[in-house]
Every structure is written in structure tokens, then in C-alpha cells.
Design a protein around this ligand. Structure first.
Ligand code: N01
Length: 560
């Protein structure tokens, strides 16, 4: 035990640094990471551009923003203090509730003292001679450390479409993830346009419809929106969740999507239609990801079974939306269910039965231009007071490639990835020693807080190991990242999600013009991935220590 903790501090044997570790981002990832780094005794700081903790949940304050996952697995399990004291209110918590939860986490785990807000970083550069990183902020401040860990988020770099005249609009214009924080956006009686119908737009529509005078929804690709069935969390339910937290998380770590669900045993095409409909109906009532994950075991891998699920949802749309033309337009036909991440609906299809909601098809006639007064589609000007851009994110890589992350030999991370993503388990990149990513590209397509919890535990174990064994440079070997890239592509190609390009899915990079089409996430299952990470750790991180590995196997603190 040293002065700074269980393991020697990061400066031991190397150049003096301001900190042992710099964590970028104070969302779920950054908070979890800081807590773990504190546990192993590192001197750490978290830098965040925002004015408070929360990450995604700080920025996404648009009306209707809430989780698509249920509260009991959209949280951390590692702190007894937090899980015993925090009381969830809704099955699918709304943005203010998740933000309050993260503020509570930061306060209870005493994290605020090590976080610097309103600090946007522009560069992180590795110094080979000193074996240190220098992080530079937009304001010109610099911080040095042995380790840099990105917790910058996977769906945090907003994407705006390139439509002629987009800056000429004279009304109010907001991207969902850069919504005004200091005031309510008053929509009463106003003419509102929503562009984009991923999870963000789908959440906006029913809420905006209630107050806007007229709502025009500009749809390019219809989505398969699964009903969510939100409800209040009563004290008995909360207690049951507290009593079974460990079991629940064990189950989630053993699930392909990192959720504590029962794994279905049948394929949809293996059962009679009556039984299939009964199971789908039950999944639909249970809501959200239960439909996708608890009905049949082959919806993500078998086209025929997937067709049954897609048909079932199209039927639900026809049953819910009264106008047959609108129902038809809302029904996806060109790509399968799971071809893009299915959003959870909260009265989404029902909203189209309101007289003030109008669906505009921008597939057959793309938006031509934005003018001072509104949007032009098919030669018609839609006059608007407010435009809401729910147009998504440069997912998985955007936060890492929009800043300068400079590794060995002055190589920029974005240049390294220009001709194909390469990471070792999404955690580390060759040529970027002592640089880690929480939820980096090529980590699993899964419920994120559970994946984050596993990621921050793995990274803190790895750093503790490096410290204990005096390993100066912890980074992926070249071979290991080649192998993981191949594995990510192999696993993804075997799934229905390989059709994501047909639906401009972010997980395959198809939503950003010019971005290479490749799997940005691992589709082979979070459970498989977690086991792989544990195995690597148990084997002494051989694929992360190019300069020669220690022979001592490591199973000291694999923890979650
Ligand atoms: O973004 P998206 P999102 N002209 O990329 C449209 C997470 N999330 O912010 O499909 C016209 O899914 C685009 O149309 P198309 C969640 O993981 C979670 O909604 O390309 N339209 C599409 O409809 C989610 O999957 C929650 O034809 C244009 C939309 O914009 C992820 O974030 C809540 C266009 C973008 O959809 C992203 O969701 C919110 C153009 N030029 C988000 N450009 C939770 O509940 C884009 N579009 C936890």
C-alpha cells in the first residue's frame, strides 16, 4: 500500500504529471470510472464540457426524453450506498430523473471534488519520450497524466443534415441533443416541424403534438416502434429490485443485450401461427425491448422469423393509426425489424390520429431547402415557427474523431481509423499507449449502463495490473486489434443488422454521409464480449502488452 492507494501512483518511474489519470466526460462512463480509479488510489480528474454531470442526460433535455430501458438495469449496481438509497419513480425514467440519479451518484460517491466542468477538450497528445499524455482544452489549459480515458459517449456528437438554406430559417431551430437548458421552449399554438424519427424523434412526436398548434412530421425512413407501457414504480417494486440487484446484474452480464431478461427458447418460424401471435402479443404488452428479446430467439438472425415480427408490428400500426394512407406510410417495408435500433413508443402511433399532426413523406420527395419561413418539400413550402432536428449522431466514433487524439509518431486516431476501425475489444488501440475507451467503437450493441459498468471495472483492473507490474505502456498489440476487427465484422455479418445500410442505421455508420459502412459495434453478444474481456484479464492481458508480458496470471480483482 502506497501513499496514494493500493498500487504505486502513475508517476512512479516516469515523468511527473499533474494527475495519474484524466477521464474525459462526466456521464455514466466518467462517473463510474472516477469511482473505480479512486478505489485503486489513482490521482484522477474528470473534464467535461458541460456545466454539470450527466453526459447524454445533461444535454438531451428535449420534450419527452426518457430511457428506452427499464430503471432496474439502467443504473449501476456496484455501490450499495447508491442502490439502497435511490428511489426510482418511473419504469422508463424521464431525462430529469436520470440526471438527478447521476447527480446523486456523484454526490454519494464523493466525486464532485475531482470533476472540472465547462472544460471542453480539443486535444490529447502522447509524449513518447516522457510516456505521458497532455490534454489541452479549448480555453488553452493543459493537464498531464500517465493515463487518459475517454468517457465521451457513443451518441453524443450531434449530426445535422446538409440541406440548402439550413442557416436561413427565421424561426427557432434546435437539435434534440442541444436543447435550451435555461428556459422552456414554448410551443403553444405554434407550427412545429420535426425532422428525424429515430428514438429521439419518436419520443418528441406525442409530447410536442399535445401543445403545438400544428405538428408536421417529416419522415424519410419509417421506424418499427415498439410500445413501451410505462408506469410508476411503487415501493414494493422498488424493494423487490433492491433485494435482487446482484442476481439481476449477474443475469444482465450473462445476456447478449446486457439486460436481465429471460432468454427465449424457440425460434419464431418453429412454432404455429397461433402460438407465434400469442407470444408476440405478450411481448408487445410487456413492452419495449421485451418484444425484441423475450419473444423468440432468432429475430436478429433469421430472415423468415424476422419477417413474422416485422409483419406483426406493421399490423399493430394498421390497427392503431386510423387513416390507412398514414398507416401505410408509417409502415417500414424496405428493411427488416432490427435493421435499425428500434425505439420505444409512448403513444407514438396514436399521435397520428390527432387532427393537428401531419405526416410528410420525404422519402419520395426529399426536403429541397430550408427557407426563412420553413421547409420546402415537393415544391410546397411548409411554414413553421420551430424546427426540431432529431437527426442523430456520428455514433461510436464521432466524439473520438472530432477532437485530436494524437498517439505515437504523431498519428491521429481519426487517421488511423480512416481505412477501417481497429481496436482491441473497443478498449485500447495500438499506437495509443495508456489510452483507454469506455464504450469505444467495437464494444457490444447492448444496454449501455451495464456495458459501462463492465468497461470501467475492466479498465481500472488493467491499470492496477500495469501499476503493480511496472508496465509502462499498456496498449493493444497490432495482431489483437486486427483479430478483433475481423471478429466484429464476422459477428455482425451473421445478423439481420447487416442490413442496416438499407435503413441508414448508425451502428453500421450508414447515417453519416461519407462514413465507411462497417460495424461500429460488436453484434456477437454482450455476454460473449464480457467473457472475452474477463479471459484476457485472467491471462495477464497478453494482447495488451506489446513490450513483453509478465508471466504472473492475474485474477486478483476482477470485479464489477
Ligand atoms: O438518431 P437516429 P436518434 N433528411 O440516427 C433522420 C439513442 N437514443 O437521435 O432514417 C431527413 O436513430 C433519419 O432518417 P433516415 C438510441 O440508441 C436513445 O433518434 O436516415 N431525415 C432518422 O429518422 C438511438 O438509436 C434514447 O432516413 C434525416 C433520424 O434523422 C440513438 O440514440 C433516446 C436526415 C435520425 O435517427 C440515435 O437516436 C434518444 C436528412 N438529411 C436516442 N438526416 C433513449 O431512449 C437524418 N435524418 C435511451
Amino acid at each position: 500500500m502506497t501513499e496514494t492507494g493500493i498500487y504505486p501512483g502513475g508517476t512512479e518511474g516516469g515523468a511527473a504529471t499533474d494527475f495519474d489519470a484524466i477521464v474525459i466526460g462526466a456521464g455514466f462512463s466518467g462517473l463510474g470510472m472516477l469511482h473505480h480509479l479512486n478505489e485503486i488510489g489513482l490521482r484522477s480528474i474528470v473534464l467535461d464540457a458541460a456545466g454539470g454531470v450527466g453526459g447524454t442526460w445533461y444535454w438531451n433535455t428535449y420534450p419527452g426524453a426518457r430511457t428506452d430501458s427499464e430503471f432496474y438495469y439502467y443504473s449501476f449496481s456496484f455501490s450499495r450506498k447508491v442502490r439502497e438509497e435511490w428511489v426510482w419513480k418511473e419504469r422508463y425514467p424521464a431525462q430529469p430523473e436520470v440526471l438527478a440519479y447521476l447527480e446523486f451518484v456523484a454526490e454519494r460517491l464523493d466525486l464532485y471534488k475531482d470533476i472540472r466542468f465547462n472544460t471542453r477538450i480539443s486535444r490529447a497528445e502522447y509524449d513518447e519520450a516522457e510516456n505521458t499524455w497532455t490534454v489541452t482544452t479549448e480555453a488553452g489549459d493543459t493537464f498531464t497524466a500517465k493515463y487518459v480515458i475517454s468517457g465521451m459517449g457513443v451518441l453524443s456528437a450531434p449530426s445535422m443534415p446538409n440541406i440548402p438554406g439550413i442557416d436561413s430559417f427565421g424561426g427557432e431551430s434546435y437539435h434534440t441533443s442541444r436543447w435550451p437548458r435555461d428556459r422552456e421552449v414554448d410551443l403553444s399554438g405554434k407550427r412545429v416541424g420535426i425532422i428525424g424519427l429515430g428514438a429521439s424523434g419518436v419520443q418528441l412526436v406525442p409530447v410536442v403534438a399535445e401543445t403545438a398548434g400544428e405538428l408536421f412530421v417529416f419522415q424519410r425512413t419509417p421506424n418499427y416502434v415498439v410500445a413501451s407501457s410505462n408506469r410508476e414504480v411503487d415501493p414494493e417494486w422498488m424493494q423487490r429490485v433492491r433485494d435482487t440487484y446482484d442476481e439481476s446484474f449477474e443475469k444482465a452480464f450473462d445476456h447478449g443485450f446486457a439486460v436481465p431478461f429471460v432468454k427465449p427458447t424457440d425460434g419464431a418460424k418453429e412454432v404455429e401461427q397461433v402460438e407465434r401471435d400469442r407470444v408476440f402479443e405478450q411481448g408487445w404488452k410487456e413492452g419495449g425491448f421485451h418484444f425484441m428479446l423475450e419473444t423468440f430467439n432468432d429475430l436478429a438472425v433469421d430472415q423468415e422469423s424476422n419477417n413474422h415480427a416485422s409483419d406483426f408490428i406493421r399490423r399493430k400500426i394498421r390497427e392503431t393509426v386510423k387513416d390507412p394512407t398514414t398507416a401505410d406510410l408509417l409502415s417500414p417495408k424496405d428493411y427488416p425489424f432490427n435493421g435499425k435500433r428500434p425505439p420505444g413508443g409512448h403513444g407514438y402511433y396514436e399521435a397520428y390520429n390527432r387532427d393537428n399532426v401531419h405526416l410528410v413523406d420525404t422519402k419520395s420527395h426529399p426536403i429541397e431547402e430550408v427557407t426563412e419561413k420553413g421547409l420546402v418539400v415537393n415544391g410546397q413550402l411548409y411554414e413553421l415557427d420551430v424546427i426540431m432536428w432529431a437527426t442523430g449522431f456520428d455514433a461510436m466514433t464521432g466524439t473520438l474523431t472530432r477532437v485530436d487524439i494524437v498517439g505515437e509518431g504523431g498519428v491521429l486516431l481519426r487517421d488511423k481509423w480512416a481505412d477501417g476501425l481497429k481496436t482491441n475489444l473497443g478498449l485500447s488501440v495500438n499506437g495509443f499507449p495508456n489510452f483507454f475507451m469506455i464504450l469505444g467503437p467495437q464494444t457490444p450493441y447492448a444496454n449501455l449502463p451495464v456495458a459501462i459498468q463492465a468497461g470501467v471495472a475492466w479498465i481500472s483492473d488493467a491499470i492496477a495490473f500495469a501499476q503493480k507490474h511496472h508496465i509502462d505502456r499498456f496498449e493493444s498489440t497490432k495482431d489483437a486489434e486486427e483479430a478483433w476487427a475481423a471478429e466484429v465484422n464476422r459477428a455482425g455479418s451473421a445478423t439481420i443488422m447487416a442490413q442496416g445500410a438499407k435503413a441508414n442505421a448508425w451502428f453500421i455508420g450508414a447515417n453519416i454521409p461519407g462514413k465507411p459502412i462497417e460495424f461500429n459495434v460488436f453484434m456477437g453478444g454482450a455476454d460473449v464480449y464480457f467473457k472475452r474481456c474477463d479471459e484476457v484479464a485472467r491471462n495477464g492481458y497478453a494482447t495488451f502488452i506489446p513490450a513483453g508480458r509478465v508471466d504472473e496470471p492475474w485474477a486478483e480483482s476482477l470485479h464489477r
